[in-house]
Design a protein around this ligand. Structure first.
Ligand code: TXA
Ligand code: MG
Length: 342
């Protein structure tokens, strides 16, 4: 491990002190689990070089052992410690988007644990942009394996309170860095073939990647025989417990006017949809939640809103889906999965 070179100018946010960071690093060094804020979602972190510690992540999440984890690193220089080969495209993307919401899949270095990669010959790597995560990485001095800090298949947490409610005593320490600013998981780009492939859309868009590489990323075909396993691509992923229905504005209006008196539904609208006025109010209980019409602001609030509405234990969540345009790609991907459509 290298000596930590904590940037003094970068102060932790959300009330996390340097002493908290030191304590979290100590927890990691003794094989413990630390929930840490990132700009995307909260992660459930362990020392990526410690097999027992990484296995504890799988136990806490109830996640199948063959689902690989992302290794979080302090900077792009650490790529050479984790990868057998770093293609030119990886350096370009790192320079453009790290720290930030982008994970790269690369050929792994021989020392990377099988428990991290799910036995694959590739590893997922990311430099997160949240100051608390970055400080922890610098002080800890090596990679932190961290999936989203939720139970397997459930909605990712975007606040420390979400982590506490979901994982509680299964995690040794929670660093509260406030609400995540991006709110949905990172873009995953597979760089192991000649043409980059986006395995999961996220905060960095397809167009941004294309602009940097001068090469259009391939579409993800999850049925590809040699496709790496990506647990986030299961149809049931990112799902609340309440059933979710995927509807366009017109369909939403029809469903609402035909609600029966005993129905208890939640509605996530895109902005203040005019349809809201047409509720017949036949005694049906309708909980409205208006989400922003800006894709970034929508993403930031989405998981918190889903958890909130899920907690009401309604019969159904009706979802007014955003337009099928590039800025909404990542959000629509998560909404499709929440609705079980994959
Ligand atoms: O924004 C994020 O990426 C968050 C924060 C905490 O960094 N992490 C996250 O981790 O979403 P997780 O484990 O919930 O999702 C990571 C996805 C999984 O679907 C996993 O299968 C995939 O990345 N993945 C990891 N390593 C991989 C590999 N070597 N090949 C293919 N997919 C991989
Ligand atoms: Mg996850």
């Amino acid at each position: 491990m290298t000596e930590p070179s904590t940037p003094e100018t970068q102060q932790p946010t959300g009330g996390v002190t340097h002493a908290d960071i030191e304590r979290a690093a100590a927890v990691l060094r003794t094989g413990g689990l630390v929930a840490l804020p990132t700009e995307t979602v909260y992660g459930l972190g362990a020392d990526a070089r410690n097999m027992d510690a990484v296995q504890r992540i799988f136990a806490a999440k109830g996640r199948p052992a063959n689902h690989p984890l992302i290794v979080h690193i302090a900077s792009a220089e650490a790529l050479t410690a984790w990868c057998a080969e770093v293609p030119a495209a990886a350096w370009l993307l790192a320079a453009a988007f790290w720290p930030g919401p982008m994970t790269m899949i690369l050929r792994r270095d021989a020392r990377v644990l099988d428990v991290v990669t799910g036995g694959q010959d590739t590893v997922g790597l990311r430099v997160p942009a949240h100051p608390v995560a970055l400080q922890l990485l610098h002080v800890f001095g090596d990679g932190i394996a961290a999936p989203s800090a939720n139970r397997f298949g459930h909605v990712s947490p975007t606040t420390a309170a979400h982590v506490r409610a979901e994982l509680g005593s299964d995690v040794d320490m929670i660093l509260d860095g406030g609400a995540c600013t991006i709110g949905i998981e990172s873009t995953i780009v597979d760089l192991t073939a000649a043409r980059p492939r986006i395995l999961r859309p996220g905060g960095v868009s397809r167009a941004q990647i294309e602009a940097v590489l001068g090469l259009e990323p391939a579409a993800n075909t999850s049925d590809r025989v040699d496709a790496p396993r990506v647990s986030g691509t299961l149809a049931s992923h990112y799902a609340p417990h309440t059933p979710v229905r995927w509807l366009d504005s017109a369909q939403l209006n029809e469903v609402i006017v035909s609600l029966a008196s005993h129905d208890r539904v939640g509605v996530l609208t895109l902005g203040d949809a005019v349809m809201k006025a047409s509720v017949t109010g036949d005694g049906a209980v309708v909980h409205w939640r208006a989400l922003p019409t800006d894709p970034g602001a929508y993403a930031q609030q989405l998981y918190a809103q889903l958890r909130d509405i899920d907690a009401l234990k309604l019969d159904l969540i009706l979802l007014e889906v955003p337009p099928d345009t590039p800025p909404w790609e990542a959000v629509r991907d998560r909404l499709r999965r929440a609705a079980g459509l994959g």
